[in-house]
Design a protein around this ligand. Structure first.
Ligand code: NAD
Ligand code: LMR
Length: 338
């Protein structure tokens, strides 16, 4: 069913088995939307990840070419391509982790919510496939608007009777990556030494960096706080405008997606203390979904951390974030329940 012009199924499986015997935990990962702006560099970086033994690349266009190209890389993962809806089930069967960057990106002047009408249906179809073919897989949802697509996915899984909130994660890592970079610039530090928790959601004012909790402990003037918060909240728009109609962040997003997927795989392997921010089902606020730090383990997001102490600026930001988030979450839920 899949596209692998040079090798038959049994020789591919023999290679994957050999690798598993060599001690690799050999996780199976699917990328849905793998031929896109995010999908291609994400697929390349996952092909380089030693925790991956099998990599399935699904898209409605161009996946054969991307698959053939990546299959020549002399790294461990076996790559298989899948093209179009009839091959979705083969792409998903047996997967441990499914990463979803399928859907249209923004153009200048658009909000992420303007993508809802197209992307909601795409996410619904793909998640129906996950529920049917790999209901125990961890799902990393990248397609925008994340604040609505995660509730959509949850409703699809509930309908199918497969919903486990620990396994559904909206990817907000790019907000943390940007926050680390911009804060490091202001502090004059190496960004690899900086960690900024970013909570709330993934759109405008719902992106709430907690500068009072930056590591290493740092203080900021009111002007620096205002500048950093605005820059982090508008990082996506900065890239959309610079690309001037050619799409949104793809390369930094692929980097962030791999950082997050790798953390999920380390959690699945049983590593201790794997903590990342993600948009998940949550009881931290009165909203049903919220992004905070979560601990990733063998069953997904095993622990959802509280917000910790906030300063006055962050408390005001939290109220604004919750107001916008409530509507976006409701819109996603209503899309499936209607
Ligand atoms: P893109 O248009 O370059 O690629 C999207 C890919 O999805 C295309 O290859 C397209 O063929 C594919 N696709 C469309 N419908 C599909 C379907 N039904 N099944 C499978 N694949 C399908 O867009 P991009 O720049 O890669 O962005 C993808 C999405 O990610 C957008 O919604 C964008 O807003 C979002 N995004 C999210 C974040 C985040 O932080 N969560 C960051 C950047 C972009
Ligand atoms: C981002 O933050 O870069 C993405 O959500 C894409 C966008 O539309 O800004």
């Amino acid at each position: 069913a899949h596209l692998q012009p040079q090798m038959d199924e049994s020789s591919i499986l023999r290679r994957a088995d050999c690798r598993a015997k060599g001690g690799s935990p050999g996780f199976k990962v699917a990328i849905l939307g793998a031929a896109g702006g995010i999908g291609q560099p994400l697929a390349m970086l996952m092909k380089m990840n030693p925790l991956v033994s099998v990599l399935h690349l699904y898209d409605v266009v161009n996946s054969p070419g991307v698959t053939a190209d990546l299959s020549h890389m002399d790294t461990g993962a076996v790559v298989r391509g899948f093209l179009g809806q009839p091959q979705l089930e083969s792409a998903l069967t047996g997967m441990d982790l499914v990463i979803i960057p399928a859907g249209v990106p923004r153009k200048p002047g658009m909000t992420r919510d303007d993508l809802f009408n197209i992307n909601a249906g795409i996410v619904k179809t793909l998640c129906e496939g996950v529920a049917k073919c790999c209901p125990n897989a961890i799902v990393n949802l990248i397609s925008n608007p994340v604040n609505s697509t995660v509730p959509i996915a949850a409703e699809v899984f509930k309908k199918a009777g497969t919903y486990d909130p620990k396994r559904l994660l909206g990817v907000t890592t790019l907000d943390v990556v940007r926050a680390n970079t911009f804060v490091a610039e202001v502090l004059g530090l190496d960004p690899r030494e900086v960690n900024v928790p970013v909570v709330g959601g993934h759109s405008g004012v719902t992106i709430l960096p907690l500068l009072s909790q930056v590591k290493p402990p740092s203080s900021f003037t009111p002007e620096e706080t205002e500048y950093l918060t605005n820059r982090i909240q508008n990082g996506g728009t900065e890239v959309v405008e610079a690309k001037a109609g050619a799409g949104s962040a793809t390369l930094s997003m692929a980097y962030a997606a791999v950082k997050f997927a790798d953390a999920c795989l380390r959690g699945l392997r049983g590593d201790a203390g794997v903590v990342e921010c993600a948009f998940v089902a949550s009881e931290v606020t009165e909203l049903p979904f919220f992004a905070t730090k979560v601990r990733l383990g063998r069953t997904g997001a095993e622990e959802v951390y509280q917000l910790g102490p906030l300063n006055e600026y962050e408390r005001v930001g939290l109220e604004k974030a919750k107001e916008e988030l409530a509507g976006s979450i409701q819109k996603g839920i209503a899309f499936i329940k209607k």
